[in-house]
Design a protein around this ligand. Sequence first.
Ligand SMILES: [Zn+2]
Length: 232
Amino acid sequence: MGQNIERLIRLVYKGWKSRHIDEGAHLDEEDMAAFLDGRLSIEKNELVKDHLVGCHSCAEVLGLSLQANALGDNLLPDPLLNSAKEALGINVPVVVEIMLRLREKVVEVLKSNGDVLVGQELVPASILRSRNLGDFKDEVVILKDFANIRVKVSVENKTGKDFNVNILARDKHKKAVIKDLRVTLFREGVELESYLNDSGSVTFEHLLLGKYKIEVADLEGNLATVLLEVKL
Ligand SMILES: [Zn+2]
C-alpha cells in the first residue's frame, strides 16, 4: 500500500476516533485500508459498503478525507478514488494531472492520468506510462472522463516559452458541450482568471511556464480540478 493511502487512512481513522467514543461496530482502520485497497473478500466488501451507506459518520469521515486528499498534493491513485467514490455515492471532484515539456515547436507529455489524443489515435493513460511517445505536434489534447462529464484539455505551444490552454467539457452521455461552467485558473494559489463558460469552451492565453491549477465547476460545485505543470 502506498504512503499516500496510509496517510489517508490515518487521517480517516483520526477523524473517526475523534467522533466515536464508543467504538462499537464502526469500521476500523484496517477495514478502511483494506476497502480502499480492494483487498477485502467480496463478502466483507459488501459489509463495509452496507455499513458506509447506513452510517453517516463513517461515510462522512471517509468522504471528507477523500475530498481533502483529492485537492491536496498527495493524490490517490485514480482507480482507488473512483471505486471509493462509487461505493460511497459521493461527488468528489476528480483530478487530472498533466505534466508537459515545451520544446521549440512541440509539446511533449511527461506525465498524465488522462488519455492523450495523438493525431487521430487515443492513447489511454495506462498505455502512455509504458510507451515512449516521443515528439508531439505543437498541440496536445488530453481527455479525462468523470462521472457524467468528459473534460478535454488542449495545450498549444506558442513560442516555446509560453502556451495557451483550452478547457472544454461535454456531457458524457449526450455528448453536448456543457455551457454553464465556471473555469478558474490559479497559479501558486492565486486566482489569475475566471470565466463563465457560456460559449462552450474557455481558453487561457500566453501562459508562462509553471504550475497551474484549473478548477472546473458547475452551479453545484467543483466538478474537476486540472493540475497542469509545464516546463522546458
Ligand atoms: Zn460507522
